[in-house]
Write a protein that binds this ligand. Sequence first.
Ligand SMILES: O=C(O)CCC(=O)C(=O)O
Ligand SMILES: [Fe+2]
Length: 359
Amino acid sequence: MNSSDVNFSLLQSQPNVPAEFFWPEKDVAPSEGDLDLPIIDLSGFLNGNEAETQLAAKAVKKACMAHGTFLVVNHGFKSGLAEKALEISSLFFGLSKDEKLRAYRIPGNISGYTAGHSQRFSSNLPWNETLTLAFKKGPPHVVEDFLTSRLGNHRQEIGQVFQEFCDAMNGLVMDLMELLGISMGLKDRTYYRRFFEDGSGIFRCNYYPPCKQPEKALGVGPHNDPTAITVLLQDDVVGLEVFAAGSWQTVRPRPGALVVNVGDTFMALSNGNYRSCYHRAVVNKEKVRRSLVFFSCPREDKIIVPPPELVEGEEASRKYPDFTWAQLQKFTQSGYRVDNTTLHNFSSWLVSNSDKKST
Ligand SMILES: O=C(O)CCC(=O)C(=O)O
Ligand SMILES: [Fe+2]
């Protein structure tokens, strides 16, 4: 199967889901309830209120050390922007297959449309369609330019809205980086903000069609985002689940809230103090579900080093070797599925490779 073969409108009308979409039993084990998550009000921090900033930072630290996920409200987005971006994603995924395929992801590229991710895998396929867009703070407006060049000027609005949404997401990531620095009690609270100033982003729109056998399939299989931090907007349909305290738990959608997840790169930047969040998205029989996800990435060639005060004493207390985002990205794109062992395996691979080089 390749991207043009997976046609969810056709699959949905069939009584059974093809076996390629089935996942192992351990991966589809049902959720055991709602995850108790802090809802962090960012308004005090964004307005420079120090007492409220410290309260928010404390809650962030607790959540990041436990499972690596928390919710934020009053995040400063222009009113209506989140809703508009969700609407535009429905507009895109509602286009004809032929029109969506104009934005087809060329193998080896980040940006583009896929269905069932079948360009890379042929079993355990995810029950979703995705539109992924590489982001870099502009000008140029890379998100808008990519979409308009592929879909044509008559679809300009799609690119414009996603561009505005990505700019807002990127601004929020910078603020969150500072809050994360504060939460660790760093002397230089802007360490992470500065680290990511010349970074980039990956924006992904996920569209999960209803599925006749939701107990066997998954929208996105269990994984850790290899990137730094992820900011996620989900619509009002339940689907995101996080593995915490030994079981899958639901991250219930809350009006106005965004989900923040720690990824592998940030886990390394925190010297292992903050946990990369292990998560998945489940599907259901009745409703379409949409999520808009912004992954933050450091500049490709920048060495991932935690701030000095997180490395007590000597280099020996470093949990992970030096690496760059380009190296980790390459490792995760070589057909390897990203899960909660990725960072560990990647580190061992790096160390054994550098041993080989030095002998
Ligand atoms: O749709 C969701 O809630 C999760 C999506 C996700 O984890 C991803 O795109 O990496
Ligand atoms: Fe994810």
